[in-house]
Design a binder for this molecule. Structure first.
Ligand SMILES: Cc1cc2nc3c(=O)[nH]c(=O)nc-3n(C[C@H](O)[C@H](O)[C@H](O)COP(=O)(O)OP(=O)(O)OC[C@H]3O[C@@H](n4cnc5c(N)ncnc54)[C@H](O)[C@@H]3O)c2cc1C
Length: 318
């Protein structure tokens, strides 16, 4: 899809397209608090994220959330979720894989292509992968992808590699093969295979090449991905490829930078007192901004982001 300001965004044909007033990215206290405000104000609100990955759910016993003297983190998270649903917000359990944050904002997830008037980024600090492959960040959107369904069709008939060692990664690898990509599976996990025997069997039966116990040393290219350098027992080699699909936790910072979101020290999104980022209609809240790094501060920042998203949507729709 080519946008009128000259940026193209890769939206695969199999993704469900949705439009919403507000998209909150993150199912932790920041994203959910923002959604409570926007949904209660009558705005169409979608929340994207994986609740199992919120830091809140990992807190064993929470004793500093005002009004609730003692509660398990998972139970408090459930209360936040129920509260958003009371006002009609819709939660989609998936991950954002790319976005273009102009007007409108176009967000790609593993399941949908979402167009939103305002966006609240509340992705926390917990899940993003910190150790990137050298070269990975430079080629996001130019041959480095995190989503088979979104970008696989772009590489039909071309040489690609898939890196990842989980059942989800193996399923994504099979999706690429089904889409007609010439895919090689690179296993770079020193702890060995973590994929179910059935999936491994299926991959072997399809004669998908597998490179085991490899260290991925670099993704190379000029303007886009051209090759990948790997090392294993057989030594170091450079494979000519058109794309690298990294099926591991998605590192958010390169995606934010690519979308033009201003990042400050400690890889935190810079916001003003309205939780507004440098991009119009794009707000950020919670740990991703390195605020108080607490549940109550994340929820408070989410509430401020939600209130300002409401004003922004009203002005846009005038
Ligand atoms: C073990 C532990 C104990 C803690 N105890 C306390 C305590 O007692 N009191 C206290 O106040 N604080 C505590 N904290 C800190 C608190 O949990 C966090 O400050 C708070 O959860 C931050 O909220 P958040 O919404 O910013 O991020 P999180 O709650 O971390 O939520 C981030 C969300 O972003 C989503 N996300 C990330 N990447 C993507 C993507 N690509 N696409 C879509 N969604 C994405 C995740 O799925 C997740 O839903 C604790 C933290 C931990 C780890």
């Amino acid at each position: 899809m080519e946008l009128d300001f000259g940026i193209s965004v890769d939206i695969g044909p199999t993704l469900e397209s949705i439009s919403t007033d507000v998209l909150c990215i993150g199912t932790g206290p920041a994203g959910l608090a923002a959604a409570i405000y926007t949904a209660r104000a009558g705005l169409d609100t979608i929340i994207v994220g994986k609740k199992s990955e919120s830091y809140l759910g990992k807190g064993h016993l929470i004793e500093n959330y005002p009004g609730i003297p003692s509660i398990k983190g998972a139970d408090l998270l459930e209360k936040f979720i129920e509260h958003t649903q009371k006002f009609g917000a819709r939660i989609i359990e998936t991950e954002v894989t790319d976005f273009v944050l102009g007007d409108p904002k176009l967000i790609t997830t593993k399941k949908n292509a979402i167009s939103a008037v305002a966006v609240v980024i509340a992705t926390g600090k917990g899940t993003a992968r910190k150790k990137l492959i050298p070269g990975e960040a430079s080629f996001v959107g130019m041959g480095v992808s995190y989503c088979a369904t979104c970008d696989g069709p772009l590489y039909r008939g071309r040489e690609v590699v898939a890196i990842g060692n989980s059942n989800e990664a193996a399923e994504d690898l099979l999706t690429l093969h089904q889409m007609g990509c010439k895919v090689t599976w690179i296993l770079d996990d020193p702890d060995g295979l973590k994929v179910s025997p059935e999936l491994v069997e299926e991959i072997k039966e399809l004669n998908i090449p597998i490179i085991e116990t490899a260290v991925v040393k670099e993704i190379k290219g000029q303007e886009k991905v051209e090759s990948i350098v790997i090392e294993n027992d057989e030594g170091e080699k450079e494979l000519k490829i058109d794309a690298v699909f990294v099926f591991k936790a998605i590192p958010m910072t390169p995606l934010f930078k690519k979308a033009g979101v201003k990042i400050g020290g400690r890889n935190c999104i810079q916001v003003d007192r309205m939780q507004q980022t440098n991009l119009s209609g794009v707000f950020a809240a919670g740990d991703v901004t390195c605020g108080g790094m607490q549940i109550v501060t994340a929820a408070g920042e989410g509430a401020v982001a939600g209130m300002n998203a409401i004003k922004y949507v009203r002005k846009q729709k005038k």
